[in-house]
Design a protein around this ligand. Structure first.
Ligand SMILES: *Cc1c(COP(=O)(O)O)cnc(C)c1O
Length: 235
């Protein structure tokens, strides 16, 4: 067992409190807990924290920067984990990400679909891809405009080596997350109409997991509430 100065107890307590929030939100929404996958976002935290989370039963890990994620995933290769890449992704990082990620949440343009497909085929892997939806008009934070999502979903579904899993979004800062996630639910419904297998809705972070569950999220990406506040300037 890993223990670094009570870190395991600290993370265990945080996990229990996140689980209690998830249970309460599921109850309020009339949804079973089994519909929800908790992804622990471990960016800026060491591989030893990933190991603690795994010991506590967490099976899904999220990272947003390849430079950090690649060595961490390698260090944790002995653990039974599913790795989720959740950050903006440059096409020149596709080869590295495909080496460890099972799910890429941030597919937002055709060139990235092409790059991931090429690398997945080359690595003989199947990568589940989520189309990231921009819920605000602020450029630069990643995500496809809602109007462009159906065509992008079609491109993923057609691409060799890729499986269309569904959609992902981050609630815009300063907006009621319930309103933003309601728009995401609409986009998710439209994608499912064309691709019934694309059932994943990745939404909900430490501050808005209840709103996300109320709006149909299937995957939560939780960092701060599990591991503590990160240093500033790192999303
Ligand atoms: C960092 C990050 C999260 C986790 O956010 P918290 O507020 O720390 O829970 C979720 N999604 C994405 C895309 C992130 O970059």
């Amino acid at each position: 067992m890993t223990d670094l100065g009570g870190r395991r107890e600290q993370v265990a307590a945080a996990l229990a409190s996140v689980e209690a929030r998830i249970a309460e939100a599921c109850r309020a929404a009339g949804r079973p807990r089994e519909e929800i996958t908790l992804i622990a976002v471990t960016k800026t935290y060491p591989a030893s924290d990933v190991r603690i989370l795994a010991e506590l039963g967490v099976r899904d890990i999220g990272e947003n920067r390849d430079q950090e994620a690649a060595p961490k995933a390698a260090e944790c290769a002995d653990l039974p984990l599913t790795w989720h890449f959740i950050g903006q992704l440059q096409t020149n990082k596709a080869r590295s990400v495909v080496g460890y990620a099972d799910v890429v949440h941030s597919v937002d343009r055709d060139r990235l679909v092409a790059a991931l497909s090429r690398e997945a085929v080359r690595a003989e892997r199947e990568i589940t891809c989520l189309v990231q939806v921009a819920l605000d008009d602020t450029p630069g934070r990643g995500g496809a405009r809602p109007a462009d999502v159906p065509a992008l979903a079609d491109a993923v579904a057609r691409a060799e080596g890729l499986r269309l899993g569904g959609v992902m979004a981050v609630a815009p800062l300063g907006e009621d997350p319930a309103k933003a996630f309601a728009r995401l639910a609409e986009v998710a419904r439209a994608v499912r109409a064309d691709h019934p297998e694309a059932t994943i809705v990745s939404a909900g972070m430490s501050g808005d997991l209840a709103e996300a569950i109320a709006c149909g999220a299937t995957h939560l990406r939780i960092g701060t509430a599990l591991l503590g506040r990160r240093k500033p300037f790192v999303r």
